[in-house]
Design a protein around this ligand. Sequence first.
Ligand SMILES: [Zn+2]
Length: 125
Amino acid sequence: MRALAEIARNWLEEHKLPYKEQNTHSMRRDMGFVPIGVGEYVKLHVKANPEENPGELLARLRSCVSDALTGARCQCGAPIWVIGSVSAGYACFTCITGEAFPSEDYEIDEVLAVRGSSQPAARPA
Ligand SMILES: [Zn+2]
């Protein structure tokens, strides 16, 4: 699904989401997702994208979170990345970003809590 990854990347670039803090000088922390609450993320997202309707975004996030909690998966078999999937369509972190592992990328806290780990599940071989 190259097309999806490309669309997602373009989308992320266009919207300049505050996914990564500019703190390259700081010590590299453990790789993994940074937990963020749904409400908190909506605020961040809308701040960066004032044209986005917060109510609509929240509704999309909520439905994406509940699908993630019931085990929604990417076409590659990995659990979906809610933050990316809200805008790019259901897919995992790797398929959306092309990166193997998250590094200070946000993910919704309740999803991380249920998965019991900040690391993405390994892809099936
Ligand atoms: Zn995937």
